[in-house]
Design a protein around this ligand. Sequence first.
Ligand code: SF4
Length: 443
Amino acid sequence: MGGLKKKVAIRTFGCQMNVADSEQMARVLAADYVLTDRPEEADLLLINTCAIRRKSEEKVLSLLGRLKAFKKRRPGLIIGVGGCVAQQEGERLLKAIPHLDLVFGTHGIYRLPELVKRAEQERTVDIGLSSCFPEAPGHEWPAGRVQTLVTIMQGCNNFCSFCVVPYVRGREFSREPADIEAEVKSFLAAGGKEVTLLGQNVNSYGRGLAEPVTFMELVRRLAALPGLARLRFATSHPKDLSDELIESFGELPALCEHLHLPVQSGSDRILKAMNRRYTREHYLDKVGRLKQVCPELNLSTDLIVGFPGETEEDFQDTLALMREAGFGQSFSFKYSPRPNTRAAEFPDQVPEPVKAERLRRLQAVQDELTLAAHRRLLGQVKEVLVEGPSKKSAGQLCGRLRTNQVVNFTGPQELAGRLAMVEITEAHPHSLKGRWVQEAPAR
Ligand code: SF4
């Protein structure tokens, strides 16, 4: 059957939500297309874009420019652009790039089979937003797949003043819990072990469902499924992180000791201008309680430097908060004005060299914190979910701790896809090294 099908290559920019969306694109097209990682042999080339920062948008536009020669060599090739840049630009993108055949928005994924057929006849744009999840196609899980991303909600109602998400992904709506549970069960039945629940703001899961279910109820239901060794979720808004969810880190064995909790800034003045609706005190209070119930918790975060009006003093508040919260990892960026957002109009935009210099200082603090956290693991024997051969160290295996750090280690190759106990022997700035001890006890 596969021989009769055409080939689709998908290039993904941006966050985990986009990774999950790209997988969904491959699934909805599976009746007619097989996935290839070689764009030169594809009949359909899809680019899933991110508009969260100007830099990622620029990368997409530069890639699209380079595809002109590609299309010239293979005129039958269909090139489509989806995701947040497509949603934001729509028709403008089609006008600006003559070799583009299809522009589809963040909610157009499920209509892809029909949109691609239309694009074979005429250049096509579809950026309509919906307010519910369509029925997902059944899954055929690839052999050996042990981790997966499961989208549970879409959109955001928060309107942080720097963020395009509410404009390009629409308002929040949640997926039916029964559909989520069915997807997780089918993954576990195929041998899966780790699930990450995804949404722009998972803590407000449940809005708009016929029978409201809270995020905590969903987590409890999934955490109880036999065979689920690890459960994670992202992203959480600090203002919506409930006391019950905080407590659950000490209670639910499947819930991993890792939480991504974006703080963005350590200055109350900047948090207010960002419309984040919490203060540094509230944030640190939640961190304190999380660490009380789960001392091993590894906290990661997102940080923006050079938000309009950010002074050196505000920036120092951010550095101090990083140390106080003890982030094990952070994703940090220079602020860039985004279309439609309020902050793009704010006065006192911070000059580029100041942003660059602050980013360097902030990342140096993070490197120090990450290395210190890695060093605390030295000599400990930890559970690792083995993903497969290491890409960095030949002959070694690679996996992740429950606390989300990457470990490369020596051990039998047949451990791939299994849980193993590994002694941490070396701490590096971005990863750990270890030595296999034994298989992990069954959960
Ligand atoms: S919570 Fe704020 S930063 Fe996160 S997606 Fe919503 S608007 Fe954007």
